[in-house]
Design a protein around this ligand. Structure first.
Ligand code: ADP
Ligand code: UDP
Length: 237
């Protein structure tokens, strides 16, 4: 399958049409942004790692019964996916306090929750992806009740699977963001990516951050951290 016209260039990926109207090619870049695009940079090799990691994790999730947009890895940076109509919600699952949760509620990072939490942001760059609840999402017709129920079920399912998997790699899954979309028949599938750009991953033994927080917070060793989690994943998948 070949790339046709570029449909979209985002902060981390480009999206291309193909000969099949139901399929797209996503191409992962090394560009990194944070704070709603305010901080910009490059993480050398990130696109290759995120492409591979996301594909391996999505194939694993498919086996566990969670439908995804993944079809086929085409190259180092390019993957063929099912074209979806993205539900404009960022779905965030947290196992441990960190980031905006810690800031918003005035607690330290690293508090382990008894149960995972879920929250939604309205995917709207101009508004800065504001936090939104299910009633607001329904009022704005971003999704139906049934779709939100399905999304929650899949999101917690992803957490159960990935928490277990990363734990076997000596990595703690702190939190992550998912996006879902609707395929032609209206069913919901997991879309976008699962990578150190979209997950907080801490070394279980040392607590060292192995994700995009190294870039966001200028901690250094960004490329090494991405390579390290990728290595652990490939050893355990
Ligand atoms: P952003 O748009 O936030 O800058 P990216 O650079 O990752 O993010 O761009 C990828 C875009 O493609 C995102 O807007 C994402 O919602 C969208 N997308 C991801 N998977 C699919 C898919 N299977 N079909 C259609 N759009 C998708
Ligand atoms: N996240 C993401 N994209 C976003 C916002 C958050 O991938 O636009 C991920 C982020 O990497 C983290 C989780 O979602 O793993 C929770 O992020 P948080 O709300 O704490 O926001 P942040 O601290 O990144 O502003």
């Amino acid at each position: 399958m070949e790339k046709k016209e570029q449909l979209y260039e985002g902060k981390a990926k480009k999206v291309y049409a193909t000969d099949d109207p139901q399929k797209l090619i996503v191409s992962y870049k090394d560009d990194a942004t944070a704070f709603n695009g305010l901080k910009k940079g490059t993480i050398v090799g990130k696109g290759v790692i995120n492409n591979r990691m996301s594909n391996l994790l999505m194939q694993k999730l498919e086996k566990e019964g969670i439908p995804t947009h993944f079809i086929e890895e085409l190259s180092d940076r390019d993957t063929l996916v099912k074209k979806v109509s993205i539900v404009p919600l960022e779905v965030i699952i947290r196992n441990i306090s960190a980031g905006s949760f810690a800031k918003r509620y005035g607690v330290e990072e690293g508090i382990v929750f008894d149960e995972p939490t879920i929250e939604f942001s309205y995917k709207n760059d101009a508004l800065g992806d504001p936090l939104i609840n299910e009633y607001h999402a329904l009022a704005l017709k971003l999704a139906t009740k049934e779709e939100i129920e399905t999304i929650k079920k899949y999101a917690f399912g992803v957490n159960d699977q990935l928490k277990k998997f990363w734990s076997g790699c000596g990595v703690t899954l702190v939190d992550f963001k998912l996006e879902f979309g609707k395929v032609e028949d209206g069913s919901i599938v997991l879309a976008d990516e699962i990578s150190p750009d979209t997950c907080r991953l801490w070394d279980s033994a040392t607590g060292e951050k192995l994700d995009k927080d190294r870039f966001r917070r200028d901690l250094g060793g960004v490329e090494d951290a991405y390579a390290e989690v990728m290595k652990r994943l490939e050893e355990h998948i």
